[in-house]
Design a protein around this ligand. Sequence first.
Ligand SMILES: [Zn+2]
Ligand SMILES: [Zn+2]
Length: 207
Amino acid sequence: MNTTASPKTALPVPSSDHLEERSRRARTEPMSVLALGDGLYEVESASDHTYLVDLESGRCTCPDHVFREARCKHIRRVAIEITHGRTPPPGEIAVACHDCGDAVFVDEDASEPFYCEAHVLRAGDTVRDRETDDRLTVVDVSDLRADAVTIGGSNTTVADYATNERYDDGVPVVGAVYPHATVAKNGVVPGSLKVYVFPRTRLEKTA
Ligand SMILES: [Zn+2]
Ligand SMILES: [Zn+2]
């Protein structure tokens, strides 16, 4: 009895060529990526189509993923951009620094104002009071909001204080001292070390 062999033919190569092509296109095609939070990214492709990528579940709304279940160039592009620090990882979003506008990555639940590394305030930093141009030294950066902190012994909140009207009520407060304490015969005058409380956005970090 004769058995029949299948026709002599080459099998299709598992799509390694396609994989490499997707990888190449993920890098070389002009695309923009926007982190939306919740691990979702909006990718605008070279052809001006907009697709939604869910990075953690590895899904994309493009035809290549929907119909071929491919790890498409959009998913790859998001992953590459995160590796290169161009796009925030899941859980973070990109926002603008309040003072210079540079992009910073922050927790997606964080609230304004946001600051880049050059403009974030820490105890010991020198700041400029935008109202008076005075220089002060930061002693404390609080999480408390300007509309929740009253000024020593009064019912007036930091937000309601007359010279703070231009600043947002919801920003944190910063405690600062004037750097030149008054020294009398018996030592430093306590009043000259008084800590003044400012809305965060009223103070600007100096170089
Ligand atoms: Zn895609
Ligand atoms: Zn900045």
